[in-house]
Design a protein around this ligand. Structure first.
Ligand SMILES: Nc1ncnc2c1ncn2[C@@H]1O[C@H](COP(=O)(O)OP(=O)(O)O)[C@@H](O)[C@H]1O
Ligand SMILES: [Mg+2]
Length: 322
């Protein structure tokens, strides 16, 4: 077993709004091992992005507040450590590619200047050296004529090129951990394949650990080592990707797999799970999935199921297994 580099325990992030308390993340647990690619997967709104942003305390507070839990990075609890310390970790040790990556680029700065500023924020090196490194990174990302792209402004680049530039920027300080939030969602299928290829190459060449966020189990199957399936702001099933795909245990995971005609063994039709994702202002009592669950029992609308280990490295939070 590889060493854990980052872990989240019972992480809860709520938004205090005038409509009520939005329990966006409501008890998430995972451990990221050195060198692995851990996927967070679940339908839109289940709390993936809020989880990622909470890890580095990047949400505005108010309205967001981390109300419970712990995020351990070595000996440091990122939930509690001083902001000063966190600023040194962000971008340098733990880098992030935001879901709206393309709008995260500054429209009035050239790509090269954005990357060099990021480098100079954390390292004492000359402009020239920083620029050389930026150029090398853009080339590594497979950007043709990187020498021209380095002086281009975001609006002059295609969506795929901007996404590559964002990945280059996230790698500029050689992070130990890269959190990538839906890096393939806003681009078309061909670009999607190219971006996945970049991640595969990074995995082969660098000693990095990845948290890869996606709503798409087919992508999890391509890129992930292990996956955390999220629902209603919680982790409902965690296992090696092969287990999630071939031996899902939680009724929600089973439903997600049934929606995938390509890799599902049993379902030929494209199905969707009936019902809607829960409203995080009014989460149902008990298991958040019970109103949609074909296997729901009486206990499910009363008690929150606790995670149970059903085989090595495979945990599921479901009363069917208690
Ligand atoms: N700033 C905010 N204020 C209030 N609610 C928010 C805010 N940001 C996100 N949410 C809510 O938190 C829930 C989880 O959002 P998010 O983590 O973005 O989902 P995902 O990334 O899985 O699609 C959603 O219901 C979303 O509407
Ligand atoms: Mg998201």
């Amino acid at each position: 077993m590889s060493k854990t580099i980052l872990s989240a325990k019972n992480l809860k992030t709520h938004f205090y709004t005038n409509r009520g308390v939005v329990k966006a993340v409501n008890g998430v647990n995972f451990e990221l091992s050195c060198g692995e690619c851990l996927c967070l997967v679940g339908e839109s709104g289940c709390g993936k992005s809020v989880t990622a942003l909470s890890l580095l305390r990047l949400l505005d507070s108010p309205p967001a507040r981390i109300v419970d839990g712990k995020v351990s990075y070595g000996d440091i609890d990122l939930v509690k450590c001083p902001t000063r310390q966190l600023r040194q970790i962000r971008g340098k040790d733990i880098a992030m590619i935001f879901q709206e990556a393309q709008s995260a680029l500054n429209p009035v700065l050239s790509i090269g200047n954005q990357i060099t500023e990021q480098i100079k924020l954390h390292e004492k090196i000359s402009r020239r050296q920083a620029r050389d490194r930026a150029l090398a990174l853009l080339e590594e990302m497979g950007i043709p004529s990187a020498e021209r792209v380095i002086d281009a402004y975001p609006h002059q680049l295609s969506g795929g090129m901007k996404q590559r530039a964002m990945i280059a920027m996230s790698l500029s300080c050689d992070p130990q951990i890269l959190i990538a939030d839906e890096p393939t969602t806003a681009v078309d299928v061909t670009i999607q394949a190219q971006i996945l290829e970049i991640f595969r190459n990074l995995r082969a060449r660098k000693q990095m650990s990845f948290i890869f966020i996606t709503h798409d189990l087919a992508i999890v199957n391509e890129i992930g080592d292990r996956a955390v399936v999220m629902y209603g702001g919680r982790d409902v099933e965690t296992a090696p990707v092969s287990q999630i795909i071939n031996n899902p245990r939680h009724p929600y995971t089973k439903g997600l797999i049934a929606c995938l005609p390509d890799i599902s063994k049993t379902e030929k039709r494209l199905e969707s799970i009936p019902g809607n994702t829960p409203n995080p202002i009014e989460l149902p009592p008990g298991c958040p999935f019970h109103p949609r669950c074909p296997k729901a029992m009486e206990i499910c609308n009363r008690d929150m199921p606790l995670p149970i280990t059903i085989s090595q490295g495979h945990t599921v939070s479901c009363h069917l297994y208690t």
